[in-house]
Design a protein around this ligand. Structure first.
Ligand code: FES
Length: 126
């Protein structure tokens, strides 16, 4: 069996939603201290719905594929739904990740949660 699924390879070579959103409504940045990889998520939110999402990932192939897939999974979803996104769901949508690469999908879950928390904080202080 190949180390990575076709979906992982596809999202690594051709990642969706790469970039920055100017004036984003929520921004989250997380890192993994062990491997040193960093992921940043930008959210544009209107009427409690994720209108747009972009990411920048400085990391391994699995981290890039996970961020790409995670953005696809939450785009167009209500904030509440996006909050429930788990790294497992991301890995499953990628047709699996090798066990020792599961932590890469955790980074995607954390980055999205942290961007959503930022959004909630900003809303409260408005
Ligand atoms: Fe660090 Fe994949 S090895 S996120």
């Amino acid at each position: 069996m190949a180390l990575y699924s076709e979906k992982v390879m596809d999202h690594f070579i051709n990642p969706r939603n790469v970039g920055v959103i100017e004036n984003a409504d929520g921004v989250g940045e997380v890192g993994n201290a062990k491997c040193g990889d960093i992921m940043k998520m930008y959210l544009k939110i209107e009427d409690d719905t994720i209108k747009d999402v972009k990411f920048e990932t400085f990391g391994c192939a699995s981290a890039i594929a996970s961020s790409s897939m995670a953005t696809e999974l939450i785009k167009g979803q209500p904030v509440e739904k996006a909050m429930e996104l788990t790294n497992k769901a991301v890995a499953e949508a990628l047709d699996g990740l090798p066990d020792y690469k599961m932590h890469c999908s955790v980074l995607a879950e954390e980055a999205i949660h942290s961007a959503l928390e930022d959004y909630n904080k900003r809303r409260k202080s408005e």
